[in-house]
Design a protein around this ligand. Structure first.
Ligand SMILES: C[S@@+](CC[C@H](N)C(=O)[O-])C[C@H]1O[C@@H](n2cnc3c(N)ncnc32)[C@H](O)[C@@H]1O
Length: 222
């Protein structure tokens, strides 16, 4: 673990879609399969209403950056880890997207709670930690705070859903990454209010669910 007295870990880079992404061992190694989430987001953005994209649990920022590059969309990245946020800012600059990307170092619980009128997004990307606490020992190379999803792995995903209730625009979509179809089924069973799981895409290393907001107006839920 890096500390004030130890040297900074070596910075590595990895290709992610058309981007070159920098990271080090204080953040999660960008996983190539997660390009699925970026590509699905690009599909949805092609017909989504105008507006920025929100990326929750952005880490080094690669999933959101690969989603918006070339689209002209603004991207707001949120992660509570300041090291991850510094990498996301660096990677946005490296992609030439610094004028379109805002990185916010904050906890999920704070997102959209200040009543700002522009805090709604037509598309949200979320990549919460989803490894059940009892299984994090299987991933000794990964930072604990990036993978520990609580007893059933869904604690942070539930927090993301609470953000969606606050921030997803009426008719908007969110792409939420989970660890398994079983987790997707469990989460679907807990959904209340205007959110519904519309589709699940699976890969050997994880799944992505499309969560739709079935509200048609902002005032309908207020
Ligand atoms: C699974 S990693 C995903 C990072 C990146 N998207 C990736 O693919 O490497 C989860 C991220 O969520 C962040 N995180 C964990 N708990 C959080 C919270 N309560 N609020 C905001 N960010 C959180 C971690 O710092 C970590 O960067």
């Amino acid at each position: 673990m890096h500390s004030e007295t130890s040297p900074a870990p070596a910075v590595a880079t990895i290709r992610f879609g058309s981007l070159t992404i920098a990271y080090d061992d204080r953040v999660l190694l960008p996983r190539p399969w997660t390009l699925l989430q970026s590509e699905w987001a690009r599909e949805l953005l092609a017909s989504a209403p105008a507006g920025p994209v929100l990326e929750l649990c952005s880490g080094a920022g690669h999933i959101g950056l690969a989603a918006v590059v070339g689209t002209g969309r603004r991207l707001v990245c949120v992660d509570r880890d300041p090291v991850a946020c510094a990498f996301a800012e660096h990677n946005a600059r490296a992609a030439g997207l610094q004028d379109l990307v805002e990185v916010r170092a904050m906890d999920l619980d704070q997102v959209g709670t200040d009543g700002a009128v522009d805090e709604t997004y037509p598309l949200v990307i979320a990549d919460p930690p989803w490894v059940p606490s009892g299984q994090v020992g299987r991933h000794p190379e990964d930072p604990l705070g990036a993978i520990d999803g609580g007893p059933d792995g869904l604690e942070l995903a539930r927090q993301c859903l609470r953000v969606l209730e606050r921030c997803l625009a009426p008719g908007g979509d969110a792409l939420v990454q989970l660890g398994s179809v079983e987790q997707a089924v469990a989460l679907a069973g807990e959904l209340t209010g205007s959110l519904r799981i519309a589709e699940t895409r699976t890969r050997p290393d994880g799944v992505v669910v499309r969560v739709r907001c079935h509200r048609t107006t902002i005032s309908e839920s207020q």
